[in-house]
Design a protein around this ligand. Structure first.
Ligand code: SAM
Length: 321
C-alpha cells in the first residue's frame, strides 16, 4: 500500500464516498487509490444466507452494492478454500453450441477446463481485433476473461476492475501475464481519465448495477473514438431494449446484437450441478441455484420463458464524440 492508500484506508466507507462524491462534483479526477480502498469494509460471511442478503424494502443503490460485495466476497472465499481454487477463474454461467452459427474465431481443444465459460468469452469477443489494444474488463470477477484474452490474443495492456476485493486479490495473485493489472472499483464510477481504452468488456456483471445508466455513461467516457464495447449479460427484455436506446443516445453505434439464451440454457443444464459442487451445502440452496442458473431455478425459468434474454452486443464509439 502506498502512503495515499494508507491514509485513505483510515477513512470509513461513508467518508470515502463523501470524498469521492465531492471530487466528482468539483469535476476532479477520482484517484485510483480512492477507488482501490473504497470497498475495504466487506463484512465476512461464511455462507450464502438469504436472511443476510435480502431485505423487505427496496434498497438504495449503496445498499445494493454492499449486498453485492458481501455475496461475491463469500463466493470468492468459498472458491479459494475449495479443491478448485486455482481453476475457479470464472463466475459466469457459460455458453455451449446448439448447432447454430457461432462467432468465435478461436476453437478450443475438445478437453479443456472451464470450456463453457471460456467459450462465452470467445463468443463475446467474436471477430473483434484485440491485437495491440488497451482493454478494460469491468466486473472482471476472478480474472477469467483477462486470462483468456492474455492467452489467446495479443492485447497491449489489460486492466480488470471489480467491486469485490477478494476477487481482485485472487486476480493479482494469479495474474496471467505482465500486461494484466487489477483494481477494486465501481463500474458506475470508473477511476480512469476520458478516452483511456480501445476496448471495454463487460460479461455477466451489469445486471447487478443499481444505476446502470451511470455505467453506460462511463463506457462512453473512457472509450477512445473508434473504441469497442463488447457486452454480454442477462437482462429482462424490456430493460435490454431501454439500455440499447440509451447507449445509442450516448453516441455509440450498435454493430452486433445477438440472442444467445438457448446456448446459455444448454450450458446451465450441462454444468450447473458441477459448479454447485464447488460450494458448501450450508449455503442457501435457492440462492445458489439462481446464481448458477440450475435447471428449475427462477433464473433458468425466466430465460426459458423469454422473460429474460442473454445477449451479446458489440458497440463502437463513433469518431468525433
Ligand atoms: C457473475 S460475476 C461475473 C464475473 C466475470 N465477468 C466472469 O465472467 O467470470 C459478476 C461480477 O460483477 C461484479 N460487480 C457487481 N457489481 C459491480 C460494480 N458495481 N462494479 C464492479 N463490479 C461489480 C461482482 O463483484 C462479480 O465479480
Amino acid at each position: 500500500m502506498n502512503i495515499l492508500q494508507q491514509r485513505l484506508s483510515k477513512l470509513s466507507p461513508r467518508q470515502r464516498q463523501v470524498l469521492e462524491a465531492a471530487l466528482r462534483k468539483a469535476g476532479q479526477q477520482v484517484p485510483t487509490e480512492l477507488a482501490d480502498v473504497s470497498s475495504a469494509a466487506e463484512p465476512a460471511q461464511d455462507v450464502i444466507s438469504k436472511a443476510q442478503l435480502l431485505q423487505d424494502k427496496v434498497p438504495a443503490a449503496i445498499e445494493v452494492k454492499e449486498k453485492t460485495q458481501q455475496f461475491y466476497t463469500t463466493i470468492s472465499r468459498q472458491l479459494n478454500s475449495s479443491l478448485y481454487r486455482q481453476h475457479a477463474r470464472f463466475l459466469n454461467i457459460g455458453f455451449l453450441d446448439d448447432g447454430s452459427p457461432t462467432e468465435r474465431v478461436v476453437e478450443l481443444p475438445e478437453r479443456v477446463i472451464n470450456r463453457a465459460c471460456v467459450n462465452l468469452v470467445l463468443e463475446m469477443v467474436g471477430g473483434s481485433p484485440l491485437e495491440g489494444v488497451e482493454l478494460l474488463d469491468v466486473g472482471c470477477g476472478r480474472g477469467g476473461t483477462i486470462d483468456t484474452l492474455a492467452n489467446l490474443f495479443q492485447p497491449e495492456r489489460l486492466t480488470g476492475i471489480d467491486l469485490c476485493r477478494e476477487a481482485i486479490t485472487f486476480c493479482r495473485d494469479n495474474a496471467p501475464a505482465d500486461q494484466a493489472h487489477f483494481l477494486v472499483g465501481d463500474a458506475e464510477h470508473l477511476p480512469f481519465p476520458n478516452r483511456s481504452f480501445d476496448c471495454l468488456t463487460n460479461l455477466e456483471s451489469s445486471h447487478n448495477y443499481p444505476e446502470i445508466d451511470s455505467f453506460y455513461r462511463e463506457v462512453a467516457r473512457v472509450l477512445r473514438p473508434g473504441g469497442r464495447f463488447l457486452y454480454s449479460d442477462i437482462l429482462p427484455r424490456e430493460k435490454k431494449s431501454r439500455s440499447t436506446a440509451f447507449l445509442r443516445d450516448l453516441g455509440l453505434q450498435l454493430m452486433l446484437d445477438r440472442d444467445i439464451t438457448a446456448n446459455v440454457l444448454l450450458s446451465c443444464r450441462a454444468t450447473g450441478d458441477v459448479h454447485l459442487g464447488a460450494f458448501p451445502q450450508a449455503n442457501d440452496q435457492e440462492m445458489m441455484s439462481d446464481f448458477l442458473g440450475l435447471e428449475g431455478s427462477r433464473a433458468f425459468c425466466d430465460m426459458e420463458k423469454g422473460i429474460d434474454i442473454y445477449f451479446i452486443q458489440h458497440w463502437e464509439k463513433v469518431h468525433g464524440r
